[in-house]
Design a binder for this molecule. Structure first.
Ligand SMILES: Cc1cc2nc3c(=O)[nH]c(=O)nc-3n(C[C@H](O)[C@H](O)[C@H](O)COP(=O)(O)OP(=O)(O)OC[C@H]3O[C@@H](n4cnc5c(N)ncnc54)[C@H](O)[C@@H]3O)c2cc1C
Length: 418
């Protein structure tokens, strides 16, 4: 039984000196489960938690080939928001943001949601039209959005470059006040702890190496720690989606690319929002430790290495200085990478697959962290009911052959191209 975290428990532990129990049990694999989830990232763990807490399915294993938090859930830039353009995606990401808003209480684990607001900048009249359209769509869906003119932006973010000679003059922006950041590894640990307390087995250092099939029905998995039979199996392995799906004979419309993040040396707090540059895929926030965190573009070719190209370091530094010239002498402390599974339309998949009892969650491109609670919620529903959750009916694997791509890539993510 887990110890509930509270001020009282803190005082009790301080007085008695008793060690805190492990946050989750270290489980040995059993020979059979009702549900096996492949991938112990944020999405896999959230799925297990909602299967147990909302659908009463507790005979569940999460199989993670490494340790919990070693994948993209612990490598991202922690940005959460719901400023999406397309019908379907808008509602899905807003549902996710609402789940974030209650998550610390739900999990009894402080995930450190900081709703500091995100400003997306516009650098041309055409771009401002796109931002206005986006903001209107958000407001029509009950999501907070404020269109800012140049003066509004200058009052909110006085340290940006407003000189008339600027290569990317700031015309205005759109602000979502409820957007912000969440402590990423706390999300993995919080979901793991809460799922484990409900009976879910979290099995680390257990790589899935194949699938057991009877005809077109998946009946379990082969793993580095022996075979495991499963009533239902879900793939939730982020950047390794194509590789794992190929083990089941499925070819996905997904490419794997490296995405890097960067952090500077710590400085006094001055960036109080998340700021997205409108002239490149680049955004900036300041961490609690004081480092400026930069997010940028993927490498332009397929790769499974976790080491990025220097070109992206240079682009990120150029964007940072174009936005905030006063940080030109700041040193980058470190940068790291994670593998992104990119889809042709920039929208993800949460769905059944052509194989019975096999479910798929992936193709999250740049946006999977903010989706974590809703992805877990919807995948749990899909697995439990063998039917897609209404919020993700548009995110099937067959949408391209039906000519029904959901092109968030062209319209939503890439505002800066307008
Ligand atoms: C640099 C960077 C910045 C990002 N910034 C943001 C951001 O600001 N906001 C946002 O919304 N998104 C962001 N993302 C995207 C986001 O991190 C991912 O989309 C999301 O974390 C993916 O879901 P996950 O947490 O389940 O993935 P992961 O944590 O990667 O989980 C998948 C797990 O599957 C495991 N696995 C793989 N193969 C196997 C196997 N064969 N057997 C067993 N286990 C296996 C892996 O080890 C991994 O732990 C960013 C990503 C990167 C790399």
């Amino acid at each position: 039984m887990r110890d509930r975290y509270s001020a009282l428990a803190l005082a009790r532990h301080a007085m008695t000196g008793a060690a805190w129990p492990r946050a989750w049990r270290s489980a040995e694999p059993k020979s059979t489960y009702d549900v096996v989830i492949i991938g112990g990232g944020g999405h896999g763990l959230a799925t297990a938690y909602y299967l147990a807490s909302r659908h009463g399915i507790t005979n569940v294993a999460v199989l993670e080939r490494n340790h919990i938090g070693s994948g993209n859930v612990g490598r991202n830039t922690t940005l959460v928001r719901s400023n999406y353009l397309l019908d379907g995606n808008t509602q899905f990401f807003e549902y996710s943001l609402k789940l974030w808003e209650g998550l610390s209480h739900e999990l009894n684990y402080n995930v450190m949601l900081s709703q500091r607001g995100q400003v997306v900048l516009g650098h041309s009249p055409a771009q401002m039209d796109v931002l206005a359209r986006k903001g209107n769509i958000m407001r029509l869906n009950g999501i907070d959005a404020e269109l800012l003119d140049r003066g509004d932006v200058q009052r909110l973010l006085p340290y940006l470059d407003y000189s008339t000679q600027s290569r990317f003059p700031i015309h205005g922006g759109v602000l979502q006040r409820r957007a912000g950041t969440v402590r990423h590894d706390a999300v993995a640990w919080g979901y793991a702890r809460a799922a484990s307390a409900l009976g879910v087995d979290i099995i680390e250092n257990c790589e899935v190496t194949g699938f057991r099939r009877e005809g077109d029905r998946v009946t379990g998995v082969a793993t580095s720690r022996g075979p495991i039979a499963a009533g239902r199996t879900a793939i939730s392995v982020a950047g390794h989606s194509s590789q794992v799906a190929a083990l089941a004979g499925l070819r996905l419309p997904v490419e794997s690319h490296l995405l890097q993040a960067f952090v500077s040396e710590p400085i006094k707090p001055f960036v109080n929002h998340v700021i997205s540059f409108g002239a490149e895929l680049f955004y900036i926030s300041q961490s609690d430790k004081g480092g400026l965190v930069f997010g940028a573009h993927i490498d332009g070719f397929n790769s499974y290495t976790q080491r990025g190209q220097f070109q992206q370091v240079q682009t990120a530094a150029e964007c940072a200085v174009a936005l905030i010239p006063s940080i030109s002498r700041l040193r980058l402390l470190r940068h790291w990478g994670g593998i992104q599974d990119m889809t042709p339309d920039g929208s993800p998949f949460i769905c059944r697959t052509p194989l019975a009892n096999l479910y798929f969650n992936g193709g999250w491109c740049y946006q999977g962290f903010k989706a974590t609670p809703a992805a877990g919620w919807c995948l749990a529903h899909t697995v439990a009911n063998d039917d897609e959750h209404p919020l993700v009916r548009h995110l099937g694997l067959d949408r391209f052959e039906r000519g029904n791509g959901h092109d968030e890539y062209a319209l939503g993510l890439w505002t800066y191209r307008q």
